[in-house]
Design a protein around this ligand. Sequence first.
Ligand code: NAD
Ligand code: TYD
Length: 338
Amino acid sequence: MKRILVTGGAGFIGSAFVRYLLRTYPDVHVVNYDKMTYAGNLDNVKECPPDRHTFVRGDIADATALGAAMEGCDAVVNFAAETHVDRSIMGATEFLRTNVDGVYNIMEAAKRLGTARVLLVSTDEVYGSIDTGSFKETDPINPRNPYSAAKAGGELLGRSYFTTFGVPVIITRGSNTYGPYQYPEKVLPLFATNAIDGQPLPLYEGGEHNVRDWLYVDDHCRGIDLALREGRPGEVYNVAGGNERENIELTRRILELTGRDESLIRFVPDRPGHDRRYSIDASKLRALGWCPRMDWDEGMALTIRWYQENEWWWRKIKTGEYLEYYKRQYAALSAITE
Ligand code: NAD
Ligand code: TYD
């Protein structure tokens, strides 16, 4: 694989994957195709060498532009998505457009061009919530919010192109990912940057004991890369962090690492349909030789330090559209703080 198209490569995990490919494979050229929604950020790829990284501003829902970008690429790895559950609850139009129609365009172009590999990056959220034990790839999916339902729709379309047309598609389902450059709407960077500023941390009331399995971003990227190279077309691979934590525990750790106390915690109304626990079994990917390398304490310490040392990156995000979203999403919090 010499020329790889990465869609959504200006976002959090996509940009980490672009940086990972460029440092791991000296002969790879990355075409980074990204619509630059509110979550896209060229600061995330500004260190990428221009002779091996071509940025194309484009929408996966635009079949013509996408097809042109895919031409001549040996593989496509799709990160492009609307990704925030709370925004999908406010309105899901863009989620369907990108996460379903966009994936359909990728599959159609791959079929037409004979693309050698397509990897669709998906999420453990498609399985829905599980009280005990962990989901395997063979378990039925049961997405329970508009974001995960749209991701599941994209996946199912992708798999249908394997069975119907033989398009060599591989799917990964990763767990909650954390690390540098994550847009500060997701809980970890939101709480970290708020804590740095001494601002309240809006914890969903009733959800404080909900559990997420945290996966360090570079471990996620290595898992996706292995599935891309060694995975079997038509198959799904879980990528699990192996760090299940209650939200309250995560919150306390962030407070500890930023030197703040629990008086910053504010309980706000719970997310509708809030999935209680995500848990997946990654033994299928482990059998190919993958395992997460980042230790939880070290990963948290270096991630929080990164947000402390890189205010230049997140301060300019936390303006304009972000503040409007924040006010709308946390209206209850404004009522408490104003
Ligand atoms: P992100 O929101 O940080 O980035 C998404 C990127 O996709 C942005 O750069 C955005 O501009 C781009 N994009 C959005 N719509 C597009 C379109 N129509 N055409 C082209 N580009 C478009 O997301 P992330 O957290 O990096 O997630 C990346 C992928 O990983 C997503 O597919 C997501 O479902 C999946 N995933 C995320 C997590 C997580 O915890 N963040 C866990 C498992 C899987
Ligand atoms: P999030 O980062 O949105 O990821 P996901 O919903 O995809 O797992 O949320 C992680 C957990 O944190 C989830 O249980 C909801 C909770 N949460 C809060 O308590 N407060 C918040 O402001 C946010 C954004 C999330």
